[in-house]
Structures are given as structure tokens and as C-alpha cells.
Design a protein around this ligand. Structure first.
Ligand SMILES: Nc1ncnc2c1ncn2[C@@H]1O[C@H](COP(=O)(O)OP(=O)(O)O)[C@@H](O)[C@H]1O
Ligand SMILES: [Mg+2]
Length: 271
């Protein structure tokens, strides 16, 4: 369904992705795991047309899409649920959802809204409330539901678990499995390798812009290097409330990391 061949993406002179090869087959959940700054978001932005690769090709259903506009890519069936949810806090839940179908002129939009409410009953209950009044987990559900409003074949999620309590993370992962079972193929980007590999069929490990390992989720979980770097208790990155952004973004308080790279201000983390 999706195939990346030898993709390199730059920010000016800085290379953020280097010769990336990755494939997502129909019906799969594929996890892309990697630490902060590895290039995960850059990869999703390269697929959805926000960034253009300098080299290589993105194929979707065997069609090259690397130089398509972002809107055309949505219409082909790729939906991107961005990092940090990006819910419009002043708009109602319903209006947030309708924005997910902004490019559609068909009459089935209302029908899809009902279908999405069936999948996410909590959003139906809160449909008239402003997006900003929802809890973190509900906002993540809203972001995923909005992504579903364009009827994607492939749904790409950028760190849906970030900043959420373990119980809510489990709920979000359950929803992802459910969406896949109902026919949507998933590319799941996560720093939370454990949560992602538990639900994925296959996975890739990205380190400083390169794919360093790939395999079935089972193989990756059993891999010594993955266990040490991404699954080990001692090395697990601690997510806590961001002290800079009181708005509830998560930020790294791991003492070995000095800069908050999650919150948009990218300020030094004084934790
Ligand atoms: N807009 C940007 N301009 C310049 N460099 C960027 C920009 N966005 C990200 N980067 C850099 O590219 C690298 C990959 O970032 P990103 O894709 O956001 O990683 P991840 O999502 O894995 O945390 C990092 O070194 C980051 O600092
Ligand atoms: Mg990212």
C-alpha cells in the first residue's frame, strides 16, 4: 500500500532522513519507533506532503506521490493525525470533526459523523463542547476521529500516547487495533515502543534519520538492542507535565536530556 524507497529529507542543509526504506501492507499496523529527534515526524510529514524528499520515492498504491500537494494526498486516502493532537480548542467537537472532511463535497459527511460517534461515544456526548475542554485522552480520540473523517485507507498517527496516563494509553491502543480490524491500515509512530509493539504486526526502528532495524513486532521486542534502548526500565523516558507549557503538553524530564523537544517552545527543560 505504502512504500518508501531511499528517502532523504532535509531542513536546509541539515539531513533529517537518510536513505529510508519502509513498507506498509494493506491491513497491517506498522510501528515506527525511535527516540526524540530521530526523524519520526519528519518521516510522516514527508509522506503526507508537508515536506518534499530530496531523494527517493514515496509510492501509495503503486503511484508516486512525493511531489503531490498535501490536500491531494488526503484525497488519495492518507490521513495524518499530527503530534500533540492539534485540536482547535475554541471549536466544538463536531466542528473539529467536520474539519476532517473539509475537502469532501459529498453528502455522506453527516453519515460519517454518525459512524465516528459510534466508534467514539464519548465524543457524541461532548459534541457541543469546545475541543479545549476535553481531557488529554479525549482530545487524542478527537484527533483520531477527525483523521477518520476523510475515510482514509491509511491512517498515520504521530505519538498518540504522549502525555497520557497508562490506562488511557491502553484505551487509545485498543482503538487503534479496532480501527485496523474495521479495515483501516495503520502507521503508528511512537516513542512508547512497548505500547506500539504490543499492538503492531511489524516495526521499524529509526535512529538519527536512519532505519537501523526492522522486523515483526515480536522479533523487535525480543531484540537485545531494542530492549536496552527502548524497553528497559532504567532507560525508559519519563514523561511528565511540561513546566514550560502549562497547557498540558508532555515534556521530557529525563535528567540526561536538557532541552524540551516536545513542547513547541523547545525551551530548556529546567526540571
Ligand atoms: N522545522 C525544522 N527545522 C530544522 N530542523 C528540524 C525541524 N524539525 C525537526 N528538525 C530536526 O530534525 C530532526 C528530526 O526531528 P523530528 O522529525 O521532529 O524527530 P522526532 O519526531 O523523531 O522527534 C531533529 O534533529 C530536529 O531537531
Ligand atoms: Mg515527532
Amino acid at each position: 500500500m505504502l512504500q518508501l524507497s531511499d528517502i532523504s529529507t532535509y531542513y536546509g542543509q541539515i539531513r533529517a532522513l537518510e536513505w529510508v526504506n519502509l513498507k506498509v501492507n494493506p491491513g497491517e499496523i506498522v510501528a515506527l519507533i525511535g527516540a526524540n529527534g530521530a526523524g519520526k515526524t519528519t518521516l510522516l510529514n514527508t509522506i503526507c506532503g508537508v515536506l518534499s524528499p530530496k531523494h527517493g520515492q514515496v509510492l501509495f498504491d503503486d503511484k508516486p506521490i512525493s511531489h503531490f500537494a498535501a490536500e491531494a494526498i488526503v484525497q488519495l486516502g492518507i490521513s495524518h493525525v499530527p503530534e500533540r493532537r492539534q485540536v482547535f480548542s475554541g471549536l466544538s467537537v463536531s466542528d473539529n470533526l467536520l474539519l476532517g472532511a473539509y475537502h469532501r463535497r459529498d453528502k455522506a459527511v453527516r453519515q460519517d459523523l454518525d459512524a465516528v460517534f459510534e466508534l467514539f461515544p464519548i465524543l457524541k456526548e461532548r459534541q457541543k463542547q469546545a475541543g479545549g475542554t476535553l481531557s488529554g485522552g479525549e482530545q487524542q480520540m478527537l484527533a483520531i476521529a477527525r483523521g477518520m473523517m476523510s475515510r482514509p485507507k491509511l491512517l498515520m498517527l504521530d505519538e498518540p500516547s504522549v502525555g497520557l496516563a497508562p490506562l488511557i494509553v491502553r484505551e487509545i491502543m485498543r482503538i487503534i487495533v479496532d480501527l485496523c480490524a474495521r479495515g483501516t491500515t495503520i502507521l503508528l509512530v511512537e516513542q512508547n515502543a512497548k505500547a506500539a509493539l504490543q499492538v503492531a504486526d511489524r516495526g521499524y526502528v529509526l535512529e538519527t534519520g536512519r532505519i537501523v532495524l526492522e522486523g515483526t513486532a515480536k522479533e523487535l521486542m525480543a531484540d537485545e538492542g531494542v530492549q536496552k534502548a527502548y524497553l528497559g526500565k532504567g532507560n525508559r523516558l519519563q514523561l511528565a507535565r511540561c513546566r514550560i507549557e502549562a497547557g498540558g503538553y508532555a515534556c521530557l524530564t529525563d535528567s540526561s536530556i536538557e532541552t524540551c523537544v516536545v513542547c513547541p517552545t523547545r525551551q530548556r527543560n529546567k526540571a
